[in-house]
Write a protein that binds this ligand. Structure first.
Ligand code: 5AD
Ligand code: SF4
Length: 447
């Protein structure tokens, strides 16, 4: 979502005389868009700011040019005035729900001796006020695989998570706005759109007739857009996997058979303490229902180890769940107490050495599963969407429906093409493909 927000901010500023630079040295304005979800996020931002300040001072001395420093995103939201107290050389601090005001904040900064801080959750929606496109050499927008924020914020209040505090209350954008934006992205060359939201499957936007529509409906409407070949969505919450959305996985061919569904833990005790609102068996049932309608569905997930009170048997329950379900890809983290969240105040915080041990064990299992998943693709035929050039001349990089990166050397192929390939080899971080000779390769299961 930060990639999407950064792009929207760049598009907005392009209407006010700014264009993107290749290097930070050349910039008149440097905008750090920050994430606060884990670990020492604020510390990292302050050390980056220290580097930028040194660069800015050198430039001011050498060339006599001023550089504006803007901090956006969730660290800006969480720190607010404290950021200016600690880094008084920052010009503007702006939160994720008020960045449509950037031009006005920059103008105010010009007139004022002091830094400007805007961490409001305004009543107006930034999406109603941001320009659709940019001016001049427009950034990110022209990508084959585009992001589109459909829902923002979260009301779930998992006890480990800062999102409800930094991104604010859950809100869905209206259907018509999203269809317009999607058609625009497709006209600019997008063949795949990933619908974004902190809790994307809680989507409930209003349609043109004022009816509330769910994510399953939205996916079906997106599937009607000419030229849009692939649809994905992220990130989901297991309790919001409605029957209708599950059905959409079986009915909408454009909806790719890959789903990121964070489970966090396999222990019911820990899930309850996390306020996740489901049991490990509820999660198993959701996966079963999805696989019943889409047998080739690959899953990825997020895991937290060392949540307060997590005992050895809780952790073993997580390993058991992973063994049972099998994940194609995963993200796993040591629990990190976030300021202002209930988890950070809980007793029985787990020692860091224990967290590290558990993380290592979990990651070795998850890596094994990811390796096995990729290994099983070798020899299979699949379709890849070519997204960018590779490092070697003539090489293109595409993605399989299961989100695996595939390298292809083929003089006739172009970025934006979807081509049938046979996976011929596996490299550490990608697969290698060749144009498929039909009938030779075995079909990828279910594909
Ligand atoms: N500590 C560790 N991991 C966290 N996540 C969110 N908050 C924390 C935290 N305090 C992880 C969750 C979430 C992912 C985006 O980040 O696994 O799904
Ligand atoms: Fe955070 Fe996701 Fe829980 Fe919302 S549902 S509080 S975004 S982890």
């Amino acid at each position: 979502m930060n990639v999407y927000d950064s792009d929207r901010m760049a598009r907005l500023l392009s209407h006010h005389g700014y264009a993107r630079t290749e290097s930070v040295q050349d910039a008149d304005l440097v905008l750090l868009n920050t994430c606060h979800i884990r670990e020492k996020a604020a510390e990292k931002v302050y050390s980056e700011l220290g580097r930028l300040r040194a660069m800015r001072d050198r430039k001011a001395e050498g060339e006599g040019r001023q550089t504006l420093l803007v901090v956006a995103g969730c660290v800006a939201q969480a720190e607010g005035d404290a950021m200016i107290a600690r880094a008084p050389f920052v010009d503007v601090v702006v939160g994720p729900q008020s960045y449509h005001r950037l031009p006005e904040l920059l103008a105010r900064r010009e007139r004022s001796a002091n830094a400007i801080v805007d961490t409001d959750f305004p009543v107006e929606s930034k999406f109603d006020l941001l320009p659709a496109g940019g001016v001049g050499d427009d950034i990110g927008e022209r990508s084959v695989s585009a992001f589109l924020t459909v829902q923002e914020g979260c009301d779930k209040f998992c006890t480990f998570c800062v999102v409800p505090y930094t991104r604010g209350a859950e809100e869905s954008r209206p259907v018509t706005d999203l269809l317009d934006e999607a058609r625009r992205l497709v006209a600019l060359g997008a063949r795949e759109i990933t619908l974004l939201g902190q809790n994307v499957n809680a989507y409930h936007g209003l349609d043109a007739r004022g009816r509330s529509r769910g994510l399953g409906d939205l996916v079906r409407m997106f599937a009607e857009i000419d030229g849009l070949e692939r649809i994905r969505y992220t990130t989901s919450h297991p309790v919001d996997m409605s029957d209708d959305l599950i059905r959409a996985h079986g009915e909408v061919p454009q909806l790719m058979p890959f789903l990121h569904l964070p489970v966090q833990s396999g222990s019911d005790v820990v899930l309850r303490a996390m306020n996740r609102k489901y049991s490990s068996d509820d999660f198993r049932r959701v996966v079963e229902a999805l696989r019943a309608v889409r047998p080739d569905l690959a899953l990825s997930s997020d895991f937290i180890v060392g949540f307060p009170g997590e005992r050895d048997d809780d952790f073993e329950a997580t390993l058991k769940l992973v063994e049972e379900i099998g994940f194609a890809q995963s993200f796993s983290f040591k629990y990190s107490p976030r300021p202002g969240t209930p988890g950070s105040l809980m007793n029985a915080q787990v020692k860091d050495t224990v967290k590290s041990e558990r993380l290592a064990r979990l990651q070795s299992l998850l890596n094994e599963q990811a390796d096995a998943f990729n290994a099983a693709s070798v020899g299979c035929r699949t379709a890849i969407l070519l997204e960018r050039r590779g490092r070697h001349p003539g090489q293109l990089v595409g993605k399989t429906p299961h989100l695996q990166a595939v390298h292809l050397e083929d003089g006739d192929a172009h970025i934006g093409d979807i081509v049938d390939v046979t996976i011929v080899a596996r490299n550490p971080h990608s697969l290698a493909g060749e144009r498929a000779e039909r009938n030779i390769a075995k079909e990828e299961p279910g594909a």
